[in-house]
Design a protein around this ligand. Structure first.
Ligand SMILES: Cc1cc2nc3c(=O)[nH]c(=O)nc-3n(C[C@H](O)[C@H](O)[C@H](O)COP(=O)(O)OP(=O)(O)OC[C@H]3O[C@@H](n4cnc5c(N)ncnc54)[C@H](O)[C@@H]3O)c2cc1C
Length: 463
């Protein structure tokens, strides 16, 4: 259904005054539009975290906008599928409560965040060894000082690295001199044992990069957030984050199943949809799509890019009474062998991730394994985890689903620019995790920044 609305006069925006003409909004069924030209204040392309943050900012400024999203729901890479009573996030994702922009934009209480243990359990030498956060689990960290996951000096250096990041602002961290994370860790004095057994699987899992080529800027930013906050999952799945942002936007302002095929770069503010519709923006276009899509939409020659980061996540169902641990802890593969990078029992963190009596097992691999069939990957993972926990336990797990995420994150190995100017043409602004840090927070920050740049430009040149 499509509907033409003459908007009531809006309260004067705090920083920008815009008198809308008539704006056509769609309610739920953009497919039924007849090909025509519509008009709005700002068009936002993409309803991932960046696009939703841009829309949130526009809404707070009382500027009319439309978000055009190609897929059937908001969230972009942050989606959850309900499957047989389980909540399956599309790949292993953790929400860190200390993300600064997330703190500003999200209602944490409503997300009902469920905490992980602050640390990890490392599989190494045929057994498990705990690495604990020295501040949150002081006694655990003392008891594990002499375990084989690094030397005593390594564990003291973790404390020093923590102080180092806590003394710097996020702005300093994201613009600091950079080297690959692996180089930073070695220069800082960490031994090869803690690098291989802890940093590689842990930060390799965060960056989808076991080589740890990712910039030290991102390492410092995540390390700081980990020191200041909790690792959590929203009780209703990771998609509760974008859904909360979308729920605060005006009804009808997000059009799903609305793929944009081109953006006019001449400054007309016109975008064309796959169904033939065009929408004209009076103030500007915010392009909030994944990095590889930006060039396609704008008709630009794709820049030489480093290969994107990929991951595979396999989910299994288990009997809740027969899982080997009850703690909400992340398991890391520190053995240097096999394909599993990390795994956890999601229902130990958030019981709502599974139906009564069932446990949800989440297993992550780094890379896409596109030459290996799902069946072979499943068999290999079951075989490896049988070595970890015993065949009698793992043998009964039932495979639920495998997610292969080809573009999980942009490659952020040096050189990086994590504070890019969002302006990429007349009235066109770009946002997304590829222009800041490849994190939930980076995506949120970038959406706000794109709108700020647009507002600044309109104040300078109002027509
Ligand atoms: C498996 C996985 C695990 C992750 N884990 C973490 C984690 O633990 N912590 C963390 O901080 N970050 C994590 N990330 C990274 C984080 O999810 C991303 O950095 C962030 O969500 C990116 O948001 P975005 O809005 O920039 O892009 P996206 O989420 O990719 O959104 C882009 C949107 O644009 C839409 N779109 C594309 N083309 C068009 C078009 N032509 N027309 C209309 N719409 C279009 C897409 O459908 C999509 O909805 C993870 C990512 C993945 C994939």
């Amino acid at each position: 259904m499509s509907l033409t609305l003459s908007l009531p006069s809006l309260p004067t925006p705090r920083r920008f005054s815009f008198q809308p003409r008539s704006v056509q909004l769609s309610i739920d069924s953009p497919g039924s539009f007849s090909p025509s030209e519509r008009q709005t204040g700002v068009v936002v392309i993409g309803a991932g975290l960046a696009g939703l943050a841009a829309a949130t900012r526009l809404h707070s400024e009382n500027i009319p906008f439309l978000v055009l999203e190609a897929s059937d729901a908001v969230g972009g890479r942050v989606r959850t599928d309900p499957v047989a009573g389980f909540l399956l996030d599309r790949g292993f994702q953790i929400f860190i409560t200390a993300y600064p922009e997330a703190k500003r934009l999200l209602d944490y209480q409503a997300l009902d965040l469920q905490k992980f243990y602050a640390g990890a359990r490392v599989y190494y030498g045929g057994g498990f060894h705990t690495v604990a956060d020295p501040v949150l689990h002081f006694w655990d960290s003392i008891q594990t000082l002499t375990n084989p996951i690094g030397t005593v000096l390594d564990k003291l250096l973790i404390g020093l690295a923590r102080l180092r990041v806590l003394s710097r602002s996020d702005e300093e961290i994201l613009a600091a001199d950079e080297v690959p994370t692996i180089e930073f860790l070695r220069k800082f004095g960490f031994s090869e044992s803690i690098i291989g057994r802890f940093f590689r699987p842990f930060f390799g899992g965060v960056f989808f990069d076991r080589e740890l080529e990712t910039t030290s800027r991102l390492f410092d930013f995540i390390f700081k957030c980990l020191a200041l906050g909790d690792n959590t999952l929203p009780a209703k799945g990771i998609s509760a984050i974008p859904e909360q942002l979308a729920s605060k936007l005006p009804t009808g302002s997000v059009l799903l199943n609305s793929k944009v095929v081109s953006v006019d770069r001449s400054g007309s503010g016109t975008v064309r949809l796959q169904n033939g519709d065009t929408i004209k923006s009076e103030l500007g276009v915010v392009v909030a799509v994944e990095e590889p899509e930006v060039a396609k939409l704008l008709g630009l020659k794709p820049a030489e890019k480093k290969p994107a980061r990929s991951t595979v996540c396999l989910y299994f169902s288990a009997d809740r009474r027969q899982i080997p641990v009850r703690e909400p802890i992340l398991f890391l593969n520190g053995s240097g062998k096999g394909i599993v990078n990390n795994m956890f029992f999601a229902t130990n963190v958030a019981p709502s991730y599974g139906p009564p009596g069932k446990a949800l097992v989440s297993v992550s691999l780094i890379g896409l394994y596109d030459a290996v069939s799902d069946a072979d990957l499943t068999a290999q993972v079951i075989g490896e985890l049988s070595d970890w926990f015993g065949e009698s336990i793992v043998g009964s797990w039932e495979h639920l689903r495998t997610y292969r995420v080809g573009f999980a994150q942009p490659n952020q190995s040096p050189p990086t620019n994590l504070v890019q100017d969002p302006r990429i043409g007349s009235g066109i602004y770009v946002c997304g995790d590829h222009v800041t840090s490849a994190t939930f927070d980076g995506a949120l920050v970038s959406g706000g920044r794109a709108v700020e740049a647009l507002l600044r430009d309109r104040v300078k040149s109002p027509n």
